[in-house]
Design a protein around this ligand. Structure first.
Ligand code: HEM
Ligand code: MTE
Ligand code: MO
Length: 470
């Protein structure tokens, strides 16, 4: 291998079409697989990795983690990735976005600066755990470049003179907990709400969500160590989080959660330094982020710098003037952000991930297979998912493929479901709807018309897609 040429990941990414030939990487190898594609047992799916790494896909389709597959792959090796690439820091001081992490080609950005991207939604349901490289990224600002050896986390309790400062090593000395939890953006599925009437916000599909195992210290235990006592709890109402990503004026991303969530043993809030068994990737908050299971993505603050136990909510823009719901009749002339509470627990939702909208599906024994996810905030279980192909005349109850073994109020992960849905043979096209029911028996609203809001958040109406039948 050592005689083969060395390539950068950006060189590889140019080879993502037949004209340039199709290159992929696996570990540090670079492969030209153009001539293999027509023989690939998984068909065209291989093209999702064109110009990028196959590794995260092979976590979804583990048939590949087999010597016979690796032998095939080795035949197509043309070179190696440049081992020095990650260390070269040629950042352009005039562009705050010049030092962003490398991202997988599958993450199709809704916005590049700041970086915001989701995976194709059909991949989400292939695995209960979302591989890190495929996990949606939602950044409001440039990604900070933090040196983990000099990193420190400050913990302040308002009114107490002493603050606690922890290095990463000191944080790692606390007992390590792992929590498998779904993180979902408040704007997930916004593109469906936009069809009713335009809203301000990134045009997210249904994949601004992922499920991962997060490991780190318990926030509750860290707050105790910082001197928070049981008798203080009445004085304080919120726990604020301040981050290291800042805007042009120097103000940092921030958010807060109610104090009960932070100190309740069942809250499972952790200061995570690992995502799916590896150090947090830079895009997901390296070296430390807070994971607030059951609570909207916006409060799961990445690149955490400071925790403040306070009588007040975070005063940050994102807590006060964003991430709130309003009436469908509220517009940008009448909106008063101080009148709505900040979003914390998200309402129950679900989405169909397979088939994808407007695709052609083969009918087998009068049925098509429909797969998706369902999730509810606040640690609620999903008790049922109903699917219909006839506008709700008949509903079919989906089977759960994978669900969180923990019960409410600590049911933090999504439920993956599948349904053999009867369709009428005469129809060339069918509209499929899905809705979930959570353990409070709350369910999704029928349509977006009456939940429309100017910012396009809380987009949890029935998911409706149309597919062609063959
Ligand atoms: C199956 C090779 C990339 C999706 C297979 C199999 C081989 C193979 C040999 C059959 C395995 C068995 O049954 O023992 C490769 C090689 C790749 C590659 C050499 C290198 C580029 C991908 C990618 C994806 C993918 C990137 C998805 C994004 C699949 C699927 C199957 C499969 C879904 C199962 C097909 C079925 O059983 O119906 N692949 N693959 N493959 N591959 Fe790949
Ligand atoms: N934390 C910081 N410091 N900066 C951010 O821009 N975005 C928030 C949250 N935490 C954000 C942040 C939002 S709105 C969401 S939806 C989640 O991070 C996204 O997490 P992910 O990028 O790891 O998927
Ligand atoms: Mo978000």
């Amino acid at each position: 291998d050592n005689n083969l040429p060395t390539y950068s990941t950006s060189e590889v990414s140019k080879h993502s079409n037949y004209k340039e030939r199709i290159w992929v990487t696996y570990k540090n190898g670079v492969y030209d697989v153009t001539d293999f594609i027509h023989e690939h047992p998984g068909g065209d799916q291989i093209l999702m990795a064109a110009g990028g790494a196959v590794d995260p896909f092979w976590m979804l389709y583990s048939v590949h983690l087999n010597p016979h597959v690796l032998n095939i792959l080795e035949k197509y090796r043309i070179g190696n990735l440049d081992p020095k690439e990650n260390n070269d820091n040629t950042s352009d001081m005039s562009d705050p976005y010049s030092n962003e992490p490398k991202r997988h080609v599958i993450l199709k950005p809704a916005c590049v600066k700041p970086f915001n991207a989701e995976s194709p939604e059909q991949l989400l349901v292939e695995n209960f755990i979302t591989p890190n490289e495929l996990f949606y990224v939602r950044n409001h600002l440039p990604v900070p470049d933090i040196d983990s050896t000099t990193y420190s986390l400050e913990i302040e309790i308002e009114g107490k003179s002493k603050t606690l400062t922890l290095t990463l090593d000191e944080l790692k000395k606390f007992p390590k907990y792992s929590v498998t939890a779904t993180v979902m953006c408040a704007g997930n599925r916004r593109s469906e709400m936009t069809k009713i009437k335009p809203v301000k916000g990134l045009n997210w599909g249904a994949a601004a969500v992922g499920n991962a195992t997060w490991s780190g210290a318990s926030l509750r235990e860290v707050l105790k160590k910082a001197g928070l006592n049981e008798k203080d709890l009445d004085k304080y109402k919120h726990v604020q989080f301040e981050a290291f990503d800042t805007d042009a004026t120097g103000s940092a991303y921030g958010a807060s959660i109610p104090i009960w969530k932070a100190v309740d043993r069942r809250g499972d809030v952790i200061l995570a330094y690992e995502m799916n068994g590896v150090p947090l990737p830079r895009d997901h908050g390296f070296p430390v982020r807070v994971i607030v299971p059951g609570v909207v993505g916006a409060r799961n603050v990445k690149w955490l710098g400071k925790i403040i136990v306070s009588s007040e909510e975070s005063q940050s823009h994102w807590q006060q003037n964003d991430y709130k719901g309003f009436s469908p009749s509220t517009d940008w002339d009448t909106v008063d952000y101080s009148k709505s509470p900040s979003i914390q627990e998200l309402p129950v939702t679900s989405a169909i991930c397979q088939p994808i909208p407007n695709s052609t599906v083969t009918v087998e024994n009068g049925q098509i297979t429909v797969r998706g996810y369902a999730w509810s905030g606040g640690g609620q279980d999903i008790v049922r998912v109903d699917v219909t192909s006839d506008g709700g005349k008949t509903w079919h109850v989906a089977n759960f493929e994978h669900r969180d073994p923990q019960n409410a109020p600590q049911h933090w992960s999504w439920t993956l479901w599948t349904c053999k849905l009867p369709v009428s043979k005469e129809d060339k096209k069918v509209e499929i709807w899905a809705k979930a029911v959570d353990s409070s028996y709350n369910t999704q609203p029928e349509s977006f018309e009456n939940i429309w809001n100017l910012r396009g958040v809380l987009n949890n109406a029935y998911h409706r897609i149309t597919v062609n039948l063959e």
